[in-house]
Design a binder for this molecule. Structure first.
Ligand SMILES: Cc1cc2nc3c(=O)[nH]c(=O)nc-3n(C[C@H](O)[C@H](O)[C@H](O)COP(=O)(O)OP(=O)(O)OC[C@H]3O[C@@H](n4cnc5c(N)ncnc54)[C@H](O)[C@@H]3O)c2cc1C
Length: 283
């Protein structure tokens, strides 16, 4: 199929992009970033926006800064750039691993982190990493700007707290448990397919007093933290008893609500595998 007709805007400044979006948002106008999710939806006529505001030429949206352990990534940073960047690999190897699981090279070379977060597929690896880091998500509109935490941003299946006239401009975060062990695992029928279930987790660096962090994705309608499991994860954790693991992960899956028994089994398995990758045995 072909998309229904639309007007195409290609602003080169953020101000102009916000003005363009404000003009058409009420009638269903949309932001176009990498187009890797939006273009297929247009082609299937699942959405029929009268106007597309292409943000690909807005230089302000591709700015990136690293102040180890803090990151600031502009919305149009591509997943491919993240997967290849030596700076990202050094500062937060888990994020490089997450990005390398996204689709195929063609998709990663166009798809953006802003698009991935706003599209909010429950299996999206970048969104899961942002929840793990509890990234601060900057949203701008002609009405002003605001910041949402990633933990509150995802509200359901393909749903977020973004308003129709807002543009996600930037993601800011600190590397969780910097310098500590980590694991990222997902199950997909083939590498590059959307994950059926996945998990990412970090353990504190040696000597650090904080707790570990863990997130599951592709399991419920959105990525979510596993706070009960996190209480078991310290810098010195090398083993988690199977009973304690099942109870903690079971509690965390219950808390998010909509988890089928199949996803529960697959998700639990992915969490255990991610722990294994981080050097923690579940037995
Ligand atoms: C075959 C295939 C396999 C894929 N596999 C995976 C996978 O394994 N894992 C995965 O995570 N993704 C996967 N994807 C999706 C891909 O990662 C997309 O790139 C991503 O979901 C959307 O990013 P985009 O930049 O292409 O956004 P677009 O498609 O341009 O936009 C997506 C949505 O976000 C909105 N939007 C985009 N940017 C902004 C912004 N800055 N502010 C406000 N709204 C915005 C758009 O209006 C639209 O509603 C796959 C896609 C395909 C086609």
């Amino acid at each position: 199929m072909k998309p229904s007709p639309f007007l195409y805007r290609a602003p080169t400044t953020l101000k102009r992009a916000l003005d363009d979006l404000a003009e058409c948002a009420e009638e269903g106008g949309k932001v176009l970033a990498g187009g890797q999710s939006l273009i297929p939806m247009l082609n299937y006529r699942l959405v029929r926006p009268p106007v597309l505001v292409d943000i690909g030429n807005v230089a302000e949206l591709s700015e990136r800064t690293f102040n180890d352990p803090s990151f600031s990534l502009g919305a149009t940073t591509t997943t491919g750039w993240i997967a290849r960047s030596p700076a990202v690999r050094d500062a937060w190897p888990l994020l490089s691993a997450a990005a390398s699981w996204v689709g195929h090279v063609q998709i990663r070379s166009r798809g953006t982190i802003g698009g991935s977060v706003v599209h909010a597929d429950p299996s999206a690896e970048i969104a899961a990493a942002m929840v793990l880091a509890d990234a601060r998500i900057t949203l701008r509109s002609v009405r002003g700007g605001r910041v949402e935490n990633a933990g509150d941003f995802f509200t359901g299946y393909l749903s977020t707290a973004i308003e129709e006239d807002e543009i996600l401009t930037r993601l800011d975060f600190e590397v969780p448990n910097a310098g500590g062990r980590w694991g990222f695992e997902e199950f997909a029928p083939r590498h590059g397919d959307f994950a059926e279930a996945g998990a990412a987790l970090t353990l504190p660096a040696e000597g650090a007093q904080e707790r570990g962090r863990a997130v599951a994705f592709g399991v419920a309608d959105r990525p979510f933290r596993l706070p009960s499991l996190e209480t078991l994860l310290t810098a010195s954790t090398e083993r988690v008893a199977r009973g304690a693991f099942d109870e903690a992960v079971g509690n965390d899956f219950d808390a998010i609500g909509t988890v089928t028994s199949e996803k529960r089994a697959m998700g639990g398995h992915m969490v255990a595998r991610a722990l294994g990758a981080a050097g923690v045995v579940v037995d």
